[in-house]
Design a protein around this ligand. Structure first.
Ligand SMILES: NC(=O)c1ccc[n+]([C@@H]2O[C@H](COP(=O)([O-])OP(=O)(O)OC[C@H]3O[C@@H](n4cnc5c(N)ncnc54)[C@H](OP(=O)(O)O)[C@@H]3O)[C@@H](O)[C@H]2O)c1
Length: 237
């Protein structure tokens, strides 16, 4: 039997705890778990503290993630991050990863269903790009403790639509209420009909399983990758 891979988890919040719980199903042993108190400014992420760690999974906050990811790259620990709302810092994180030859998978959404949903909404946008009779909307709802709005996933879906040639206005809206684990909807409406594409997450386990799948994939690879590459072998549109 293969020995369990040693996993570090950065962020002991809702996602970090779920990753901890599901890690053994993916052949990981959780060897290190860092919370905000243990790791101010990413200072606990050092080569020495991470000796023997095969891979790290990071689910923290938009403020903490860039520093954590740069520290992981400097410590040459392959990493997976699901934290959202930090993408403005992707260029500097990418530079740190390429300078050290480390590896990173990032995604605002580690659900396999959402990855398929992205492909479907991209295709719909492409097919309707010249159909001026249709207007488009993009909407999401999440639990009331989610900090960023619109969600990173909704922004990515809208970006996908634009990249597929849909240049008309897309009306964007968000709600934050209760315990919703995440619903995303893309719609097209004309005088004669409506097309609605909707993904509904039932719980958070799908995100944790996806992040753990990515953590197995990134070992032995270098550079910055998206979850789409893990699933489909290409970065999509
Ligand atoms: N990609 C996906 O599929 C996906 C799915 C769900 C959520 N998310 C995103 O993942 C992130 C985390 O979500 P969550 O629901 O787990 O949030 P959460 O329950 O609020 O947990 C965030 C945790 O990060 C910790 N933290 C903050 N700074 C840290 C640091 N420097 N080092 C270590 N830990 C630190 C916080 O610790 P304290 O409690 O001590 O402050 C907190 O426990 C959010 O950005 C969310 O939008 C992504």
């Amino acid at each position: 039997m293969q020995a369990a891979k040693q996993l570090a988890i950065i962020g002991r919040g809702k996602m970090g705890r779920l990753v901890e719980q599901l890690a053994p199903q993916h052949g990981f042993q959780v060897a290190l778990l860092l919370s905000a108190r243990d790791n101010a400014d990413g200072s606990s992420i050092t080569e020495r503290n991470f000796a023997g760690i095969d891979v790290a999974i990071e689910f923290t906050t938009p403020e903490a993630a860039p520093r954590n990811l740069k520290q992981l790259a400097r410590a040459r620990v392959p990493a997976v991050t699901g934290t959202t709302g930090w993408l403005g810092s992707l260029p500097e994180v990418t530079q740190a990863v390429s300078e050290t030859g480390s590896g990173l998978v990032w995604s605002p959404n580690f659900s396999v269903g959402v990855a398929v949903f992205r492909r479907l909404t991209g295709l719909a946008a492409e097919l309707l790009r010249n159909a001026d009779q249709y207007g488009a909307w993009a909407w999401e709802i999440h639990h009331d403790s989610k900090k960023d709005a619109p969600s990173g996933t909704l922004l990515r879906l809208v970006q996908d639509m634009k990249e597929r040639g849909y240049s008309r206005q897309i009306d964007i809206a968000s709600n934050r209420a209760g315990r919703h684990p995440g619903t995303h909807e893309i719609g097209f409406d004309s005088a004669t009909d409506t097309i609605t594409l909707r993904h509904v997450a039932r719980n958070r386990e799908g995100f944790a399983h996806g992040a753990l799948q990515a953590a197995r994939w990134i070992q032995g690879r270098s550079g910055v990758h998206t979850f789409e590459e893990v699933l489909f072998g290409d970065a999509g549109s």
